[in-house]
Design a protein around this ligand. Structure first.
Ligand SMILES: Nc1ncnc2c1ncn2[C@@H]1O[C@H](COP(=O)(O)OP(=O)(O)OP(=O)(O)O)[C@@H](O)[C@H]1O
Ligand SMILES: O=C(O)c1ccc[n+]([C@@H]2O[C@H](COP(=O)([O-])O)[C@@H](O)[C@H]2O)c1
Length: 201
């Protein structure tokens, strides 16, 4: 991947970072909705070597989580990747800077569920991240309304765009925008899957 798509224009890549502990139908739903709403070429399921805000206890080994993400990809438009582990980064702001350097012609957009928009102010250098990287937020049951009235949403209100315009000015040097992607809320969660598996033991 050079960052150019077949016809010479910039590749539009959605990055769905996550623990994938395990991957589930909600991730696939997010990837498919974002592909369509944002006109993306691909979505990369960026398996985290370790979310800095989540406890290590209960976290499956990286290889297991990567395999789980691969299983929900289609090998063509939705691809699981171990890039973040290979780059040696756990912080999204660092990962994005490294990816933008490695793929200078690509246009990256970060895909996050509404729960992560609420959490964003706890991420390392989150304002810097939001300034440099377009953010697409996917609704999530019980999370969307809270996220839209939260600290990040209020701080970034001036930069909200309609989804179709989110990638228009990729890398022009201005403040990147963010959008709420119109999609139905999908109820799947890794916590619920782990709980159900635990209850069956
Ligand atoms: N059902 C869903 N709807 C919208 N976004 C989702 C959904 N499931 C996961 N996401 C988003 O995908 C990204 C990766 O999620 P993650 O791998 O942590 O799954 P999770 O189900 O949120 O896990 P956990 O329950 O362990 O916190 C996050 O930005 C999360 O908000
Ligand atoms: O950069 C940070 O400070 C940061 C803090 C918490 C979470 N993240 C990223 O958020 C993404 C979603 O994480 P998770 O565990 O909710 O699936 C994943 O790519 C994490 O690396 C990033």
């Amino acid at each position: 991947m050079t960052g150019r798509w077949g016809d010479g224009r910039r590749a539009r890549i959605g990055l769905l970072g996550g623990s994938f502990n395990p991957a589930h139908a909600g991730h696939r739903h997010v990837a498919e909705r974002a592909l369509r709403a944002l006109g993306l070429d691909q979505v990369w399921l960026l398996v985290s070597p370790g979310n800095p805000l989540k406890p290590r206890r209960g976290m499956a080994p990286f290889a297991e989580r990567l395999a789980s993400a691969r299983a929900i990809g289609d090998g063509r438009r939705v691809l699981a990747t171990d890039l973040e582990a290979r780059l040696g980064s756990r912080y999204t702001v660092v990962t994005l800077a490294l990816l933008q350097r490695r793929f200078p012609r690509a246009c990256f957009v970060l895909l996050i569920g509404a729960d992560n928009l609420s959490q964003l102010p706890r991420w390392k250098r989150w304002r810097d991240l939001a300034r440099r990287t377009p953010l697409a937020v996917l609704p999530r049951p019980g999370e969307t309304r809270r996220a839209l009235s939260g600290q990040a949403s209020r701080a970034l209100a001036r930069h909200r765009r309609r989804p179709g315009a989110l990638l228009e000015d990729c890398r022009t040097g201005g403040h990147a925008g963010w959008s709420l992607v119109p999609a139905r809320e999908h109820p799947a969660s890794a916590t619920a899957i782990r709980r159900a598996a635990g209850n069956m033991l």
